[in-house]
Design a protein around this ligand. Structure first.
Ligand SMILES: *[C@@H]1O[C@H](CO)[C@@H](O)[C@H](O)[C@H]1NC(C)=O
Ligand SMILES: *[C@@H]1O[C@H](CO)[C@@H](O)[C@H](O)[C@H]1NC(C)=O
Length: 133
């Protein structure tokens, strides 16, 4: 091959290999429950979707303090076009007394040195909040 295209393609390859791909997660956090509100256990589901690489950690907080609870975690992978990404869902069952009295719960994820967090409480939904207070 002639020299110029070879150099261009070598440069292109080194750019591709030299910069590892980082895709930030999209974070959502919402409560789910079965049956009648205030009457059944609530679960909080935090979903981190579409991130790469797969190393990500999640911690939970209750009113801004670390929550000593082992979440149920599920990590899955998928392809967006040709690019592989990962998703992780982390689920806890908060103390129902604390939940119904309006405490806030936070899901905080760390990925590639950046933090992503979402907070929820029963009062995120005005209707539920009014029903209980
Ligand atoms: C992240 O979530 C927001 C809101 O749901 C959506 O608009 C956006 O497209 C999502 N981003 C990715 C990369 O999926
Ligand atoms: C829930 O929280 C309340 C108030 O902090 C506490 O008294 C109770 O023991 C907790 N229940 C459980 C099951 O941890």
């Amino acid at each position: 091959c002639s020299v110029a295209p070879c150099i261009v393609s070598l440069l292109f390859i080194s750019v591709l290999m030299g910069e590892p791909r980082i895709v930030s997660p999209n974070i959502t956090l919402y409560p789910v429950w079965k049956g009648k509100l205030g009457n059944s256990a609530v679960r909080l589901i935090c979903t981190l979707s579409g991130f790469y690489p797969d190393k990500l950690s999640v911690e939970w907080q209750h009113d801004q303090r670390p929550l000593n609870i082992v979440p149920n975690e599920l990590k899955l992978q998928s392809m967006e076009g040709r690019e592989k990404t990962f998703s992780l869902s982390s689920e806890i069952e908060p103390n129902i007394t604390e939940w119904t009295t309006g405490s806030s719960f936070t899901c905080k994820a760390t990925h590639e040195g950046s933090e992503y967090e979402k907070t929820t409480s029963i009062c995120e939904s005005k209707y539920e909040c009014e029903l209980l207070h």
